[in-house]
Design a protein. Structure first.
Length: 64
């Protein structure tokens, strides 16, 4: 998480699959947040799936 004043952003990874296709799909969520001095609000969420030409960076992979 990175924060400056009342704004913050968080990167989180995701992993999913379906019952019919066991292929694992991974990617990163980018979440932008705003604090109104009472609570944090989600302002936006973007995501991008991992691809062969755009693999997840090592820092976002689980520790061995």
């Amino acid at each position: 998480m990175e924060q400056f004043g009342h704004i913050a952003y968080v990167f989180s990874t995701y992993e999913g699959r379906t019952e019919t296709d066991p292929t694992v799909i991974r990617g990163i969520n980018s979440i932008q947040l705003l604090n109104d001095r009472t609570r944090w609000w989600v302002v936006s969420v973007y995501w991008e799936a991992e691809r062969p030409d755009n693999p997840l960076p090592a820092q976002y992979l689980p520790a061995p």
